[in-house]
Design a protein around this ligand. Structure first.
Ligand code: BES
Ligand code: ZN
Ligand code: ZN
Length: 486
């Protein structure tokens, strides 16, 4: 898809189609008001008029997420039309930086909505829109082009993650992820990648991670990517991702209906990889590390069992009560490793960790968990422009108590099914050292990571959740460092 920015009126440029936004249902100023009236155009409507080659989309405001969703409606409505180019209404600058964010969101809207994973289809569906013309006033063409490029980079990284998560489990093994990570690092001069094998994990006493891998025919991999900016760095952030290339539940086997789509259990690790890609292309002024814990959770005679006790990397002993609570075991060792080897200023783990988070927050929202409420609020606020939804879930000492084990330091799952997203977070907290307590966030992306039936700019399948939220968080953090609030 190509984007062309102009500083003239939209109608000065020829295109196959024209998109017009209508604020709420005010159609009075449109050239097609009588037709729209006839069609019953109202708030939330989309009206495609092929005879005049115009499409009208109602919007409630011009916030970035509203625009992303409006573009998604447009792309969907025009999916079958054989049109190559579309022109958008004119966008004018008001508040500083506002137009840039709108332009990034428009580019994201197009690139995210046009995504499809069809490599296993005999007849992939063709997408048509190739050229988008955007007209602007009040900023330079260069600034507008840069904003669009930013949006395209962010959407490109998200689509890269979607491809990984959508890939099937017989193809996408820990080794394949390691190859993709190495290929990616080779592509950017600012990114390096180290891949650690099973023998290394053994030498590091990463027994919780290794236990999850026991029944899998594929070896585990610990992947460490580092992005170092060429210029100034405002600090070091480490992302740790849960990378279960498949989660069958292990001996605590998942019921059939819950197992299907568990190829998506690598979403946290894939997002952490996508963040490195976006950071390198955006040249963000932070050192960014991603630590990916890659394995499968299979069933087999070698598998770990409920009743096993594991001595984790940090020395904390874990009584296994449920082999389906495997993600936290992988993360426990990876978090411990990252604190000791990476020593970042901030550590954020991302994981499709609990069904309880989906029950509590729904399919669209991720949980933000940790000890530092100010940091949680800061993340939630700064991630907001991305359109990703985050809700803070708070710890409490009563839930912590139910993880107590009679024979080890902690159980890997709490009895009963209440408060599971928080108890999972409390389990992870046992592996966070005192000096990191306030510098750690856990994002449970189990709800939005995989989409059952398409919504907004997300087709069914992997959404790439976590990438946009974290990148916008970093970009806002950067803006704040460059021009601190008075
Ligand atoms: N990968 C799952 C969590 C999950 C569920 C992700 C639904 C996406 C959609 C995780 O490993 C898991 O199985 N968690 C258990 C924990 C329980 C055994 C304490 C769960 O949520 O049921
Ligand atoms: Zn599981
Ligand atoms: Zn899992």
């Amino acid at each position: 898809m190509r984007f062309k920015v102009i500083d003239r009126e939209p109608m000065d440029v020829s295109s196959d189609y024209e998109l017009r936004f209508v604020l709420n249902d005010d159609i009075s100023m449109t050239p097609d008001h009588s037709t729209l009236n006839l069609c019953g155009f109202k708030k939330g409507s989309v009206c495609d008029l092929p005879t005049v080659k115009r499409i009208y989309v109602s919007i409630k405001d011009d916030k970035p997420e509203t625009l992303r969703l409006a573009i998604a409606k447009t792309v969907k409505a025009l999916a079958g039309h054989k049109i190559d180019s579309i022109r958008l209404p004119k966008f004018s600058a008001s508040e500083p930086g506002e137009l840039e964010e709108q332009l990034s969101a428009i580019a994201e809207g197009f690139e995210l909505s046009a995504y499809s994973f069809d490599k296993y289809k005999s007849e992939p569906q063709k997408t048509y829109i190739e050229r988008v013309v955007v007209s602007v006033s009040g900023i330079t063409l260069e600034a507008a082009e840069e904003a669009i490029l930013k949006g395209r980079i962010i959407a490109g990284a998200t689509n890269f993650v979607r491809d990984i998560v959508n890939e099937i489990p017989q193809e996408y093994t820990p080794l394949k992820m390691a190859e993709d990570a190495e290929d990616m690092a080779g592509y950017y001069g600012t990114v390096t990648c180290e891949v650690y094998d099973k023998a290394y994990l053994e030498s590091e006493n990463m027994n919780a991670f290794l236990a999850v891998n026991q029944a899998s025919p594929y070896e585990p991999r610990l992947i460490h990517l580092s992005y170092v900016p060429t210029g100034e760095s405002y600090g070091r952030i480490c992302f740790v991702g849960k990378g279960l290339t498949y989660d069958s539940g292990g001996l605590s086997l998942k019921p059939t209906a819950h197992m299907y789509t568990m190829k998506s259990d690598k979403s946290g690790a894939a997002a952490a990889l996508g963040i490195i890609k976006a950071a390198a292309e955006l040249e963000l002024p932070f050192e960014i590390d991603s630590v990916l814990g890659m394995t499968e959770n299979c069933v087999g005679s070698k598998g770990y069992k409920p009743d096993d006790v594991i001595v984790s990397r940090s020395g904390v002993t874990i009584e296994v009560t449920n082999t389906d609570a495997e993600g936290r075991l992988v993360l426990a060792d990876c978090l411990s490793w990252a604190q000791d080897h990476v020593k970042p200023d901030l550590i954020i783990d991302m994981a499709t960790l609990t069904g309880a988070c989906v029950v509590g927050l729904g399919d669209y929202t991720s949980g933000v968990i940790g000890n530092n409420y100010d940091l949680q609020m800061e993340f939630k606020t700064k991630a907001q422009t991305s359109g990703e939804l985050y809700t803070i879930l708070e710890f409490n000492p009563h839930l912590e108590k139910i993880l107590e084990s009679q024979i080890a330091d902690v159980k890997n799952s709490a009895p009963g099914s209440m408060g599971g997203a928080v108890t999972a977070g409390l389990f992870l907290d046992r592996f966070i050292k005192d000096e990191y307590k306030d510098k750690w966030l856990h994002l449970d992306i189990a709800g939005p990571a995989y989409v059952g039936s398409d919504w907004g700019y997300n087709p069914a399948g992997a959404s790439g959740a976590g990438v946009r939220g974290c990148i916008y968080f970093l970009m806002k953090e950067m803006e704040e460092r460059i021009s601190p609030k008075q």
